[in-house]
Design a protein around this ligand. Structure first.
Ligand code: PMP
Ligand code: GLN
Length: 391
């Protein structure tokens, strides 16, 4: 009666922890969504577009203005040369872009390598596309690319490697050496790389971000995915974009035309305005988010959490080993919600086997007030618990 893949999956951890936070009145630092960062010109552009119309199906590939803006933004920030007409597709969020890509490029029995900890949508969509998920693990504290394990994981059936850079939940930015190692593998084994780069603009401390699409030798082997939800702090809008060579984009567009066909035109028009905002918008976003990161990381450390440095994304990951004698990150997140009134998400949800239960993830893309209140709650909870701050 029920499809075996979706029949096996439960409710996503982001949804279930958000529900728990709402039910209990806890501060929700679980699901990754920002609070109060939406740029006014983007919202005004959406309002205007809704007033003006049109309200009917836009072109299947996306509004020309948005596709041009995607290419322009990639040139401006990453020096990528993209032909907006043949190399850009607009989708309903990065999630749809991922689904379209897997449905278009995979066949029964193909294998796809993903790096754990990994965003939860990949595995289910890959399986639904008929392929097998082959996880390769990055391990704390340095989360380096495990080159040997990666090479070993490649077989004659491997078709794709999915690379999320900057990486949810750990904030890792793949460096040029790692990208060139991946590129060599893609060429040697005739693979395609799906580059989920939704956090491309959320990189802190003037660190550089390099897109896989910018590695010349594999330009025609990379499907680059972006999300307006992240770049403009409007996660509910679900506007995403795919950039790839025309040869790869055509089958992906064919999948797109049977998954959603198009994306709301007013939101596309507004995102086109967003992508063409002056450099200041993007640098201010990085600076403000970077400051919120500092606030949360400092507060968590003061409250006795062992938090790693965060180069990018919305997320700080804490090793709860010393705080969680039960070794169960999900139970720990529930406990923190009920007892402290602060909700993180368990990092075990980012592992297929759910067996790494030592870390939890907090989202810092919030107002200063939200972060300070959350920290105060955690501090009081720790005092009550009598835990000593990690030295
Ligand atoms: N990829 C990653 C790594 C993400 O964290 C998210 C978070 N939502 C997505 C894709 C999905 O993006 P969207 O909301 O645009 O579908
Ligand atoms: N990407 C978001 C996160 O990691 C969640 C998206 C979702 O809720 N599906 O928190």
């Amino acid at each position: 009666m029920v499809n075996s893949i979706f029949g096996q999956t439960g409710t996503s951890i982001f949804e279930s922890m958000s529900r728990l936070a709402t039910e209990t009145g806890a501060i929700n630092l679980g699901q990754g969504f920002p609070e109060g960062f939406e740029p006014a010109p983007l919202i005004e552009a959406a309002v205007q577009a809704l007033r003006d119309g049109p309200h009917q199906y836009p072109p299947m590939m996306g509004l020309p203005a948005l596709r041009r803006a995607v290419a322009e933004n990639a040139k401006r920030f990453l020096d990528l040369d993209v032909d907006w007409q043949s190399e850009v597709l607009v989708t309903s969020g990065a999630t749809e872009a991922l689904a379209d890509t897997f449905f278009a490029l995979l066949d029964q029995g193909d294998e796809v390598i993903v790096f754990e900890p990994v965003y939860d949508a990949y595995a289910t969509l890959i399986r639904r596309a008929g392929a097998k998920v082959v996880p390769v693990r990055l391990t704390p504290p340095h989360w380096e690319l495990p080159r040997e394990a990666l090479v070993k994981a490649i077989t004659a059936r491997t078709r794709l490697i999915v690379v999320n850079t900057p990486m949810n939940p750990i904030g890792k930015i793949f460096d040029p050496e790692e990208l060139s190692f991946l590129a060599d593998l893609a060429i040697a084994h005739d693979l395609i790389i799906v580059a989920d780069e939704v956090y491309e603009h959320l990189v802190f401390d003037y660190r550089p971000f390099h897109s896989l699409f910018g590695v010349d030798a594999i330009r025609d082997r990379v499907v680059r995915i972006g999300s307006a939800g992240k770049s403009f702090s409007v996660t509910g809008w679900k506007v995403g974009y795919v950039t790839s060579s025309a040869g790869l984009l055509q089958p992906i567009a064919r999948a797109h035309q049977y998954v959603t066909f198009t994306t709301p035109p007013a939101l596309q028009a507004a995102v086109a305005v967003g992508l063409t905002l002056p450099d200041d918008y993007f640098s201010d976003l990085r600076r403000t988010l970077g400051a919120r990161r500092d606030l949360l990381v400092r507060g968590l450390r003061d409250a006795g959490f062992d938090v790693a440095d965060v180069p990018a994304t919305y997320f700080a990951v804490a090793d709860i080993g010393p705080l969680d004698p039960d070794g169960d990150d999900l139970a720990f997140c529930r406990r923190l919600t009920l007892e402290a009134g602060v909700t993180p998400v368990p990092v075990s949800s980012f592992y297929g086997d759910r067996d790494v239960k030592s870390h939890v993830r907090f989202c810092f893309a919030k107002t200063e007030e939200t972060i300070l209140t959350a920290i105060e709650r955690l501090r009081q909870w720790r005092e009550k618990e009598g835990w000593r701050a990690a030295s």
